[in-house]
Design a protein around this ligand. Structure first.
Ligand SMILES: Cc1cc2nc3c(=O)[nH]c(=O)nc-3n(C[C@H](O)[C@H](O)[C@H](O)COP(=O)(O)OP(=O)(O)OC[C@H]3O[C@@H](n4cnc5c(N)ncnc54)[C@H](O)[C@@H]3O)c2cc1C
Ligand code: SF4
Ligand code: SF4
Length: 414
């Protein structure tokens, strides 16, 4: 496994998650590659999947173009994985079968398990080391140059949405023979340093926390080095003790929760306690087929109503963005609501739709407050469509310009 060399740090930008492009020879491509400048999702969906999302097809407005959505689990679940390990197992299978020369992804920093370090993996067995979620971002795409220098022309990238958008924008310049893109959803990321502050608020022994996940049953799961395990209802999280800039503006305003430009998205939100897959194109189908009988799949379920929780979230986001304290529920009511939420709250696909809508309204509220002039170019029309039922519509100066017509699909294998 090859770690990222010490790249030259780029000049800081207000909205940048250091995906790696600014550290490459093509650094000037940031202007067109960046999700935070002027993304064109309809055109990119057309380029990658052969068509843009179709709001007439169930759930595409929320989740982007897809062929199949599935609940899924890997048997046996892989030790150290965030869920059952589908994302890293796909990378492992690509290497095992010789379909790719290398996989670009993140491993934990040897000094800090929560810090992501970009790695170029050429041995299937090394994928096990990359399992699990880290909090933070690191310049994984800069490894494209390392891969090219080593003569690797068939690659896979496992990445989060802001990395995958930039990757797709520069893909044509890379001269690759084959590129597989395995995406995970992503939201509420922050720097590793800040994440350590959050862990310190959650438990008296923050250094022994080995796993954290915001589960679809409205609880955060913590696992500890000594085998202990804790579940904390969302309502009891110390969110009001976090500074208002705890989440960087990038992660409060990014517009692609479900990684719509990946060949396959591997997450959990719509999985009701299992994983959730969105197979987006023919290459995504080929990736899933690599797992054979190791993966068990079923149709995703959906229950409950999202409108109430999304409205509540919007009200609180507006208060917080306006510098007001979060509306706190009385302490006596919290355990009761904490108990009720997993039972009556939205579940399965309805939970995933709720989270995507929350992210849409959050992006609008925070950009209006902090960078209003970015709204027009940075917010795609589909984000406004998701927020419209909650009374958020573009003012004349905020309305997105008409998208360029989607180019015809470039490659026939997808
Ligand atoms: C900050 C963050 C927030 C997320 N939020 C959601 C969410 O709200 N809803 C949802 O459904 N899924 C979310 N995910 C994805 C989820 O945590 C799992 O990665 C996904 O479900 C795959 O699980 P798995 O067991 O198949 O992954 P594994 O097989 O354990 O592999 C995980 C993969 O993710 C990569 N990875 C880990 N941390 C990072 C990082 N910081 N940046 C880039 N790549 C990383 C690893 O290198 C590895 O390749 C989030 C991921 C991150 C990093
Ligand atoms: S393309 Fe990547 S490196 Fe360039 S500004 Fe955007 S996030 Fe930063
Ligand atoms: S929350 Fe959005 S901007 Fe932040 S790391 Fe995840 S995809 Fe990138």
């Amino acid at each position: 496994m090859m770690h990222a060399p010490d790249f030259v740090a780029p000049a800081p930008r207000t909205l940048c998650t250091d995906c790696g492009v600014s550290r490459m020879a093509i650094a000037r491509s940031c202007g067109t590659a960046c999700q935070f400048i002027k993304p064109d999702y309809p055109a990119m969906e057309g380029q990658v999947h052969g068509r843009a999302r179709d709001p007439a097809r169930a759930d595409e407005l929320h989740f982007g173009p897809y062929r199949r959505m599935l609940r899924a689990r890997l048997t046996p679940p892989r030790a150290g994985a965030q869920w059952t390990g589908i994302a890293t197992r796909l990378g492992e299978r690509l290497l095992e079968t010789g379909a790719v020369d290398a996989v670009l992804t993140m491993a934990p920093d040897p000094e800090d398990r929560w810090k992501p370090v970009p790695v170029l993996v050429t041995q299937a067995a090394d994928m096990a080391h990359c399992r699990g979620m880290r909090m933070g971002y690191a310049p994984v795409l800069a490894l494209l140059e390392t891969a090219a220098a080593a003569g690797h022309r068939r690659l896979a990238v496992i990445g989060i949405p802001c990395q995958v958008y930039a990757l797709r924008r520069i893909e044509a310049q890379l001269g690759l023979e084959r590129l597989y893109v395995i995406g995970t959803p992503c939201s509420d990321n922050t720097t590793t340093e800040r994440f350590h502050q959050f862990l310190a608020l959650l438990d008296e022994a923050p250094d022994s926390i080995t796993y954290l996940e915001f589960r679809a049953d409205f609880r955060v799961e913590l696992r500890f080095a000594d085998g202990r395990h804790r579940l904390i209802p969302f309502l009891q999280l110390p969110i009001s003790q976090l500074p208002s800039d705890f989440f960087p503006l990038t992660c409060r305003t990014c517009v692609d929760y479900t990684n719509v430009l990946a060949d396959i998205t591997v997450g959990y939100m719509g999985g009701e306690g299992e994983q959730w897959l969105l197979v987006r194109n023919a290459q995504g189908e080929a990736l899933l087929a690599l797992l054979g009988e190791e993966v068990t799949t079923a149709a995703p379920g959906s229950a409950g109503k999202r409108a109430g929780p999304v409205k509540g979230f919007l009200a609180n986001t507006e208060r917080a963005a306006g510098g007001l304290p979060l509306r706190r529920m009385p302490d006596w009511l919290r355990p009761i609501v904490g108990w009720l939420m997993p039972r009556i709250g939205p579940k399965g696909l309805e939970f995933a739709r709720a989270r995507v809508e929350m992210k849409a309204v959050e992006s609008i509220v925070h950009l209006r407050r902090e960078q209003p002039r970015k709204l027009r170019n940075m917010l795609p029309a589909h984000v406004w469509a998701l927020a419209a039922p909650y009374g958020l519509t573009p003012r004349p100066e905020e309305a997105p310009p008409a998208s360029a017509a989607p180019p015809s699909p470039r490659s026939s294998h997808r």
